[in-house]
Design a protein around this ligand. Structure first.
Ligand code: GRF
Length: 208
C-alpha cells in the first residue's frame, strides 16, 4: 500500500477528488495516511475529518523563524512515513530539504499547461487571470514531480481545457478543476501506486 500524505491550503477540492477516488476504487493500492494544512479552519480539514483521515495544521505564522516552520513540517512528514506526498492546492514554498529527503516522491497539480503560466506568482486564480489576459484558446492542468525548481519538475500528465468566450477567471478555474485537475491527480496517484509511472532523473517514465 502506498502511504500517501496530501498537503493542502484551502478548499480541498483536489483532496476530495482523491478521497472519492480511493473510496470508489479508481485509486488502488493507496492509503491516505494524513492531510497537512498550512492554514487553520479550512474546508480541506473538514473533508479529511469526514473521511477519517488524520489531519494536522503546520502553520508558518506559528513560527518566528521560517526554518522552525520547515523543521516542524519535515518532522510531521517523517512521523507519517509517506511513500508519496501530494501537493494539492498547497500554496506554500516547500522546505528545500523536502525534495532531497523524498526524491521522486512528491507530486504537484498546477492549473495550467506547464510551461505556460507557471512559476513565481502563478497560483490559484492568478493563473487563470493571466491565461485570459493573454487570450489563449486552450489551457488546462498539469501534474508533475516536484524538484528544486517551482513548477519545473518532470511532467507526469496534462489535460487541455477549452477557454470559452466571456469566461471569467472564476468560471475558467472551475472548468479547469472539473475537467482536468480532479481527473489528472487521482489518475497520477493510481499510476504511481501501481508502478505505471516513476521519476527517473529529469523524466517521468511511464511503463508501456
Ligand atoms: C486550484 O486551482 C488548484 O489547481 C491550485 O489551488 C486551487 C485550489 O485547489 N493548486 P483546492 O480546491 O484547494 O484543491
Amino acid at each position: 500500500m502506498l502511504r500517501t500524505v496530501v498537503c493542502v491550503s484551502g478548499g480541498g477540492t483536489n483532496l476530495q477528488a482523491i478521497i472519492d477516488a480511493v473510496k470508489s476504487g479508481d485509486i488502488t493500492n493507496t492509503e491516505l495516511v494524513g492531510v497537512i494544512s498550512n492554514n487553520y479552519g479550512v474546508k480541506s480539514l473538514e473533508r479529511a475529518e469526514k473521511a477519517g483521515i488524520p489531519n494536522f495544521v503546520v502553520c508558518p505564522k506559528d513560527y518566528e523563524v521560517r526554518d522552525d516552520f520547515h523543521k516542524a513540517f519535515m518532522d510531521k512528514l517523517s512521523e507519517l512515513k509517506p511513500d508519496l506526498i501530494v501537493l494539492a492546492g498547497f500554496l506554500v514554498r516547500i522546505p528545500e530539504e523536502m525534495v532531497s529527503t523524498y526524491p521522486g516522491k512528491i507530486i504537484n497539480i498546477h492549473p495550467s499547461l506547464i510551461p505556460s503560466f507557471c512559476g513565481k506568482g502563478f497560483y490559484g486564480l492568478k493563473v487563470h487571470e493571466k491565461a485570459l489576459e493573454r487570450g489563449v484558446k486552450i489551457t488546462g492542468a498539469t501534474v508533475h514531480f516536484v524538484n528544486e525548481g517551482m513548477d519545473e519538475g518532470p511532467i507526469i500528465s496534462q489535460k487541455a481545457v477549452e477557454v470559452k468566450e466571456g469566461d471569467t477567471p472564476e468560471a475558467l478555474q472551475k472548468r479547469v478543476m472539473e475537467e482536468a485537475e480532479w481527473i489528472l491527480l487521482p489518475k497520477a496517484i493510481d499510476d504511481i501506486a501501481n508502478g505505471r509511472v516513476h521519476m527517473e532523473g529529469s523524466r517521468a517514465v511511464r511503463k508501456v
